[in-house]
Structures are given as C-alpha cells and as structure tokens.
Design a binder for this molecule. Structure first.
Ligand SMILES: [Ca+2]
Ligand SMILES: [Ca+2]
Length: 114
C-alpha cells in the first residue's frame, strides 16, 4: 500500500516535471512572448536543437500535424499535446528526435511503469 502510493506520487511528479520542461521550451521558443508559436518561431526553435536537420518539406508536415485547429499558429495546448503524444507514441523518427531532447531518462521510466 505504501509502495503503491509512493509510486503513484513519483509518477505524477515525473509527469509534472515533464510538463514544466515543455513549458520552458515553449517559452524560450516564443520570442515575441505572445504565448503563441508562429511558424517562424517554431522553425527557429527546432533549428536551435542539436543534430536537427529538418527540410522545409518536413517542417511543413510537422507544423501541420501540430497545428490541430489549422490557424497557422501553435498554441501552448497544441504544443503540449504534441509533445506528450510524440514522447509516448512515436511513429516518426523525426518527431521522436525533436521531443527526445526534453528528457530521455524520465520518458523511459514512464514507459516502464505503465
Ligand atoms: Ca510568439
Ligand atoms: Ca493552432
């Protein structure tokens, strides 16, 4: 009982830490500080990642897959949803590459626990 409770708590802390990290990334990429990532801001952010070689075509695909409501901007909720989705259920090497940098260790741990 104690152990289960402890695991439950630590799982939630991990999740919160991850969301904090995503939040930090979002804020650091949002150069204009309007709480929304423009196409340009997302591209600049991705370009700043290590080992990231993204073609214009791949970027368009990625942008469209994140921009759920198709307003040509990435809202925080869209960025968060995309980050969490691609971390746990990645079907694209490119997308995995992008979101891997958040924290490889904690992702592995969450996958083992679930
Ligand atoms: Ca912005
Ligand atoms: Ca959008």
């Amino acid at each position: 009982m104690q152990k289960a409770l402890f695991e439950f708590i630590s799982y939630n802390i991990d999740k919160n830490e991850e969301i904090q990290k995503i939040n930090q990334v979002f804020k650091s990429w949002d150069k204009s500080g309007d709480g929304i990532l423009s196409k340009d801001e997302l591209f600049q952010g991705l370009a700043s990642l290590p080992h990231m070689n993204i073609t214009h075509e791949e970027f368009e695909d990625l942008f469209n897959s994140i921009d759920i409501n198709h307003d040509n901007k990435i809202q925080y909720s869209e960025f968060l949803a995309a980050s969490l989705k691609f971390q746990t259920k990645s079907n694209s090497i490119l997308l995995r590459q992008i979101f891997d940098f958040l924290d490889k260790v904690s992702i592995k741990r969450i996958m083992m626990e679930t």
